[in-house]
Every structure is written in structure tokens, then in C-alpha cells.
Design a protein around this ligand. Structure first.
Ligand code: HEM
Length: 446
């Protein structure tokens, strides 16, 4: 069965470009082959048909799980996240686990994390020295890890933090991931990754077995029940906690790195954030995710024939809504490359035109949480600092594993606001700082 057109280079060359110049490759193919087009990336197990047409994206997100399957496309993620992970599960079993995991990220539970996030953001900002350039992405990795430790595990345990950092760091290079998925011997990257996962597991199981009722995601999942009334097994809990780390940490850190990089180049937007309410902040968050999506595609695979963009696709190919290209379509977005949060003030965007969190039954479980985190961190940054870019031109998008982050790390120079102390008193949460907060001062800044 013929597939939509695409570059004729060998898969190894397409993969190299996918790693080294991902956005240039996507733009070039879209301009040359139109919609849809096919990429053959040596690493993925089948050709990838990319789509950007909202009507097609809607059909993909609405497809039954016996026609299009989501998740499980990464051979490295499976052993890390575990067999119970909702990233790996399919069909009814995926939906069952997903239902158990949704409550901690919605409604009342979500609102409770706001103050924790704001406190941790202000702790991080206490370490920013006015006038000294910071590597925004790295700082946001530190901050989002603290947030996830607090919210998911209910602790600031430095041992757990270091074990998570060490393990996740091993998954941030795509060439390394490729090497790990191809060669799984007793020595080399795969073996050291496994050792790091085992150490992390020990600490996670200690935390699970401690049975602390601290309102964390772990505590909430521990009290969740399957349909037959049984609690989640230790292994299920472990897999879902690791899933949240794997899916939630680098994505949010990357988005925040971009947000800081963008705001430094749009002082008018930063000033308006300082003076505005949640509506404008939400619009800024959306515009960051639209113009600089940290994930470029949403993965689905055909289990049966599937029609898209006038093509009948056979079973066994990836059909992937392309977030990056959809967000840049000039027929969907006026001046698509302009950073203009106001475009989102008119109401909710079309869910098949604005797709930073994917869609359908596999839509990002942490979307509301990530939005809250972005909003609270940006609110804190705006209240404390003006931002200046270290050079005028914006940073290019560079691949870091599966995420697209600022090529130079989002270097910005924070400048103190004249009335920063006074503002600070206004925006800091009214509750006293949690005594358990770890001492971050010992970690290198910037
Ligand atoms: C800005 C930050 C984030 C972005 C851009 C993002 C984006 C995405 C995308 C595109 C997907 C795939 C959706 C699909 O296949 O339709 C996804 C899935 C997922 N995300 Fe996020 N995510 C972010 C933050 C988070 C956070 C903070 C968490 C949890 C703490 C999280 C947990 C998950 C989970 C568990 C899935 C798998 C859902 C499933 O298969 O049912 N994400 N995310």
C-alpha cells in the first residue's frame, strides 16, 4: 500500500536530521511534500506519517484503540516505566489505570498544589543574582524536580532527588537512547541505566512502604481503589510514580525554559503578566506552548487500515499529529511565528488546532497541573524580576531526547525590580514556608 510522499534519503540520514535539525526537517518536508508526508526514522520501528490538518487530527484523537494505539512506541521507556505504566498499557487496561490516576491532577487536589509550587518557585528565585546571566532551562530543571518531589512523593529527600536526576539524565540524549535500545549488554549505557533504575526503585519502594499520609500524589494513589475494591499493588504504584517522573519532569522544565527565554525577549508581555490576572497568564502559557512546543509530535500506530488526508494507510505505520507544524499553519494562526499571547484572550482555542498536550483518551494526564505550574512560576518570576536576553536574537529549538528545548539553554539576565521586596510580600503565599523544604543553597546555581 503506498504511503504519502516524503524524503527519499536512507532512514539513517533521516534519523540524523531528526536528531540534529528536527524543526528544519519538519518545515522543509511540509513545504516540499505538503500534507500528509512520510518520514522514515531508522530508530522508530515503522514509517511515520505526519499530519497537521485539524479534521484529520480530530479523527486520529477520536479513533478507537483497536484501530489506532497510543503509547508504547519507545522501547526504552517500557522497562523504565514498567508494565503497569499508563504510557505502556493499551485499551481497557489503560483506561482503568488512567481513571485511577486522574483525581490527583484535577479539581480540589490540583488547587492544593498552587501554594506548594509558588513557595518552591520563590525559593528558587531567591538564588537568582540580579545582573548575573542564568541558564534558564537548567534552573527550571532544578525547580520542576523539586515540585515533582513535593507533589508526587511528598518529600524533599535529597537521596531520592539525586537518584531521580541521575536516572533521568541518562534519558536526555537521543543518540544514547538509540544506543540503549539497540545494545542491551551487561556493560555499557544500558547496564548503567539499569543500575540507576534499580537504585531509584529501592528509594521509591521505601517511600511507598513508609505509608505517609501527606496528601501527595502517592498518598492519594495509595487510597485509590480498583473497580473490584482492591488497592493498587506496590508494583503498580511504583510504575505510575515513575511514569509521572518520566512524562512530567523534562516536559515542564523545557516549557518553563522556553517561557523565560520568550519573556526576556518580550518585555511588554512580562510587564503585562506582572499587572494582570490569571486570564492573561494562561494566554501567555498557551502562547509559549504554541510557539515553542516541547514535544513535536503525538504518537499513534495503526492496528487496522486507517484513512487520513485522502490516503489509506496499512496497519503497522505511525500516524502522528505534528504539534510543531500544526501550531505554525498560517491558515490557522495569524502571523503564526509571532509571539502574541493576546490571540488566546478571545476564548478557548480549537482542540484540534492547539494540541500541545495531544488529545483523546491519551491526552496528557498532567496538562492541568503543568499549566498551573507554568502559571505560578511565571507569576513569581514577573513579581521579582525584569528579564534581559544575553543576546537579542531568539534561541533555536534543539533536541534533547524527545523534547525540544532552547539551543543555548535559555540564557537570560534577571534584573531586580525596584519594588521587588514590596511586591514579594504581596505575592508570597500566606502560609509559612514548609519546614521540610530541602536546603537548595548547596547546589550550584545557574
Ligand atoms: C508543559 C508540560 C507538558 C507537556 C507539553 C506534555 C505533553 C504531553 C503529550 C503531548 C502527551 C501525549 C498525549 C497523547 O498521546 O495524546 C503527554 C502524555 C502524558 N503526560 Fe504530559 N506533558 C506535560 C507535562 C506533564 C506533567 C506535569 C505530567 C504529570 C505530572 C504529565 C503526565 C503525562 C502522562 C501520564 C501522559 C500519558 C497519558 C496517557 O497515555 O494516558 N505530563 N504529555
Amino acid at each position: 500500500m503506498p504511503l504519502p510522499p516524503g524524503p527519499g534519503e536512507p532512514a539513517a540520514i533521516q534519523m540524523t536530521e531528526w536528531i540534529v535539525r528536527p524543526t528544519a526537517l519538519l518545515r522543509r518536508c511540509h513545504a516540499r511534500y505538503g500534507e500528509p508526508f512520510t518520514l522514515k526514522i531508522g530508530w522508530s520501528d515503522a514509517p511515520m506519517v505526519l499530519i497537521t490538518e485539524p479534521a484529520d487530527i480530530k479523527r486520529v484523537f477520536a479513533a478507537e484503540p483497536d484501530v489506532l494505539v497510543g503509547g508504547a512506541s519507545s522501547t526504552v521507556l517500557e522497562p523504565f516505566a514498567g508494565p503497569h505504566s499508563i504510557l505502556v498499557l493499551r485499551g481497557p487496561e489503560h483506561l482503568r489505570q488512567r481513571r485511577l490516576m486522574l483525581p490527583p491532577f484535577h479539581g480540589e487536589a490540583l488547587a492544593r498544589w498552587r501554594e506548594t509550587i509558588a513557595q518552591l518557585a520563590h525559593d528558587e528565585l531567591d538564588r537568582w543574582a540580579p545582573g548575573a546571566a542564568i541558564h534558564a532551562h537548567r534552573r527550571m530543571q532544578v525547580l520542576t524536580l523539586e515540585v515533582i518531589l513535593r507533589v508526587v512523593f511528598g518529600t524533599g529527600d535529597p537521596q531520592l532527588r539525586d537518584a531521580i536526576r541521575r536516572t533521568l539524565d541518562m534519558t536526555t540524549s537521543l543518540p544514547r537512547l538509540v544506543a540503549m535500545s539497540l545494545v542491551r549488554g551487561p556493560v555499557g549505557p544500558w547496564a548503567s541505566f539499569n543500575r540507576a533504575v534499580r537504585r531509584l526503585d529501592e528509594l521509591i519502594y521505601e517511600r511507598i512502604d513508609a505509608h505517609v499520609d501527606d496528601g501527595s500524589v502517592l498518598a492519594l494513589l495509595r487510597s485509590a481503589r480498583h473497580e473490584d475494591g482492591s488497592p493498587l499493588a506496590r508494583e503498580e504504584l511504583r510504575d505510575q510514580l515513575v511514569t509521572l517522573l518520566a512524562a512530567g519532569h523534562e516536559t515542564t522544565a523545557g516549557a518553563l525554559g522556553w517561557a523565560v527565554e520568550r519573556l526576556a525577549r518580550h518585555p511588554d508581555v512580562l510587564a503585562r503578566v506582572r499587572a494582570s490576572d490569571d486570564t492573561y497568564l494562561d494566554a501567555v502559557v498557551k502562547e509559549v506552548l504554541r510557539t515553542r512546543p516541547v514535544l513535536s509530535i503525538v504518537g499513534r500506530k495503526t492496528l487496522a487500515e486507517f484513512e487520513v488526508g485522502g490516503w489509506r494507510l496499512p496497519p503497522g505505520v505511525h500516524v502522528t499529529p505534528c504539534i510543531y507544524l500544526t501550531h505554525r499553519r498560517a491558515d490557522l494562526w495569524e502571523e503564526p511565528t509571532a509571539f502574541r499571547p493576546e490571540r488566546f484572550l478571545g476564548g478557548a482555542p480549537d482542540p484540534y488546532t492547539f494540541i500541545p498536550f495531544g488529545g483523546g483518551t491519551r491526552r496528557c494526564l498532567g496538562a492541568a497541573f503543568a499549566t498551573l505550574e507554568l502559571r505560578e512560576v511565571l507569576r513569581a518570576v514577573a513579581a521579582r524580576f525584569d528579564l534581559r536576553p544575553d543576546r537579542p536574537e531568539g534561541e533555536r529549538m534543539r533536541r534533547r531526547s524527545i523534547t525540544l528545548t532552547p539551543a543555548r539553554g535559555g540564557y537570560v539576565i534577571p534584573e531586580a525590580l525596584a519594588s521587588s521586596a514590596a511586591r514579594n510580600a504581596d505575592v508570597l503565599p500566606s502560609q509559612p514556608l514548609d519546614r521540610e523544604l530541602p536546603d537548595l543553597q548547596s547546589r550550584p546555581a545557574g
